[in-house]
Write a protein that binds this ligand. Structure first.
Ligand code: F6P
Length: 320
């Protein structure tokens, strides 16, 4: 192992830069040449990369986004795209690649490993939907961003005795809305993993709390459920509480990573390089109960992770 590449792929997540920094520094300190590959797998297919040095990653541990840029590539899913990527690796003498991204990016890393280019994947997504990993890079920051935004919405909701219906990202998973919903004390949290009845779980809950003199409300809804504008209308009609809908959108993907995300990203990036140096391929690095582990990518993609329904139950009991 003499030369490695690092790329970020899929939706960006705060903390990806801290992971790039760890990979670059750990690689160089261990005598490797490190290429920064731009725009995910596109940069690999199109040979869009540059050799990084220790200072290429200065002052990025605190920055959101990714200095390598990110993309979702359809071409890379074709055999022709894969061959182009393998060709670039041969021409550049790349012996291994660290891929930072979500499960779509992991599939690419697994396929590339099967084509003879050793890959190590690092979970980077605000959705926290990677089963082998307790926390993905970016989740903590995004959750804190949601909390900050909802706190602001709450200020104005309180001033006007209103109900705020807020849509939260997470793709098909409810980790972000559940975590932020608990931290914001949302009256109702709607997410794909917990079946709900709008009348019972939103309208009736609101009416019940109205009877205990509550006059302003926050309802948090996963993007997988959506429909926040219609929900706000229905709430206003059925409860008489003036309601407004907010779709938080991509504000959730930006901003400075939290300390937790910076530390997680540094640990995972460092371990990814250790694995490449040890001759590993087709592995995902992860944390479970604060321990650093690694798994076969194929196995990791087939693992399932479930929402802690006790957390949901607790939230519903104490946010009334
Ligand atoms: O996977 C991260 C994520 O932000 C999801 O929460 C969201 O559904 C999706 O990406 C949005 O993707 P895009 O930035 O392509 O609109």
């Amino acid at each position: 192992m003499k030369t490695i590449g690092v790329l970020t792929s899929g939706g960006d997540a705060p903390g990806m830069n801290a992971a790039i920094r760890a990979v670059v520094r750990a690689g160089i300190e261990n005598g490797l040449t490190v290429y920064g590959i731009r725009r995910g797998y596109n940069g690999l297919m199109e040979d869009d990369m540059y050799q990084m040095d220790l200072r290429s990653v200065s002052d990025i541990i605190n920055r959101g986004g990714t200095i390598l840029y990110s993309a979702r590539s359809k071409r890379f899913m074709t055999e022709e795209g894969m061959q182009a990527a393998v060709r670039t690796c041969r021409e550049k003498g790349i012996d291994g690649i660290v891929v930072i991204g979500g499960d779509g990016s992991f599939r690419g890393a697994r396929d590339l490993s099967l084509h003879g280019v050793p890959c190590i994947a690092i979970p980077g997504t605000i959705d926290n939907d990677i089963a082998c990993c307790d926390r993905t890079i970016g989740f903590d920051t995004a959750m804190n961003t949601v909390v900050e935004m909802v706190d602001r919405i709450r200020d104005t909701t309180e001033s006007h005795d209103r109900c705020a219906v807020v849509e939260v990202m997470g793709r098909g998973a409810g980790y972000l809305v559940l975590g932020a919903g608990i931290a914001c004390g949302a009256t109702s949290i709607l997410m794909p993993e917990v079946p709900f009845d709008f009348e019972r779980d939103v309208i009736e809950r609101m009416k019940r709390t109205q009877r205990s003199k509550k006059v302003h409300f926050v309802i948090m809804v996963s993007e997988a459920i959506g429909g926040v504008h219609d929900m706000a209308k229905r709430i206003q009609e059925e409860t008489g509480v003036e309601s407004r809908a907010t779709v938080l959108g991509h504000v959730q993907r930006g901003g400075h990573p939290t300390a937790a995300d910076r530390i997680l990203a540094s640990r995972l990036g460092y371990h990814a390089v250790e694995l490449l140096l040890a001759g590993a391929s087709n592995r995902v690095v992860a944390t479970q109960k604060d321990k650093i582990l690694d798994f076969d990518i194929y196995e990791a993609l087939n693992m399932t992770k479930s929402i802690d329904t006790n957390l949901y139950k607790m939230a519903m009991e104490i946010s009334i």
